[in-house]
Design a protein around this ligand. Structure first.
Ligand SMILES: [Zn+2]
Length: 241
């Protein structure tokens, strides 16, 4: 594989924005419930598909099952930043990478100390009582038995993540569009170019090159200018040290 051209492209970029896809979160050890086997196991265990459970209507009508799933499957597999994330952190520290845009809710870049992260679907690390607005950390949610209840007013504490059927906050979309429109290089990691993340973002890009690093091949790959079919963690740390 020609890694020299990737190394050169990154070195010659002055303003990189990274789209961080779901496969990177999975590489870090987070639950990827869109994998067929995982989705099947969840549906067998809970009686509903993960897509059904992760919806606003399900949250509102079957809250106990939602939190059983959330507690046992999501919060128990939050993973750790891998070599890919640490390479991105170095890029940010060096002033090359200006922001990360992601739909993942596991807070992985932030846990590596990255500062400019736009989490379009929120984060499991932010939790709030919708009634009195008291904030709770992820440890509170992990330690809750059943539905986590606000210690001040007794209402269910809501993870600040976007569920199916809910809108992404407008300001986040505007911020992401602004960031992407200023980039000279768009680094797309761990997702296809026809993923919701890439589709929602590339229309704002007006820079020089799109670099795609994603293990699986896809018909949409050729939207990118440079393509590497490998896990991001198996190439990025080698070309950016
Ligand atoms: Zn409250």
């Amino acid at each position: 594989m020609d890694t020299k051209s990737l190394e050169d492209a990154i070195r010659n970029s002055g303003h990189i924005v990274c789209l961080l896809g779901r496969h990177v979160a999975a590489d870090c050890g987070c639950l990827d419930y869109r994998l067929v086997d995982t989705a099947y196991a969840i549906e067998t265990k809970y009686g509903y598909s993960p897509e059904e459970i992760f919806s606003a209507s399900f949250y509102n009508t079957r809250m106990k099952t939602f939190f059983d799933f959330y507690h046992n499957e999501i919060l128990s597999k939050l993973g750790e930043p891998d070599a890919c994330i640490h390479a991105l952190k170095k890029m940010e520290d060096d002033g090359k990478l200006f922001s990360v845009v992601t739909r993942s809710v596991y807070g992985i870049p932030g846990r590596a100390g990255m500062r400019h992260v736009l989490e379009l679907h929120g984060s499991v690390y932010q939790n709030r009582c919708p009634h009195c607005h008291t904030e709770y950390d992820v440890e509170f949610m992990k330690n809750a038995d059943g539905i986590p209840l606000c210690t001040k007013c007794g209402q269910p504490v809501r993870p600040q993540i976007t569920l199916a059927g809910e809108m992404i906050r407008n300001q986040l979309v505007t911020d992401a569009a602004n960031e992407i429109s200023q980039a000279d290089t768009l680094l797309v990691l761990g997702c296809t170019m026809d993923s919701m993340l890439a589709q929602g973002c590339i229309k704002y890009f007006d820079g020089n090159r799109i670099i795609l690093i994603n293990e699986e091949e896809n018909y949409s790959d050729n939207i990118a200018d440079m393509i590497y079919h490998v896990k991001p963690r198996d190439i990025l740390p080698n070309v950016y040290r």
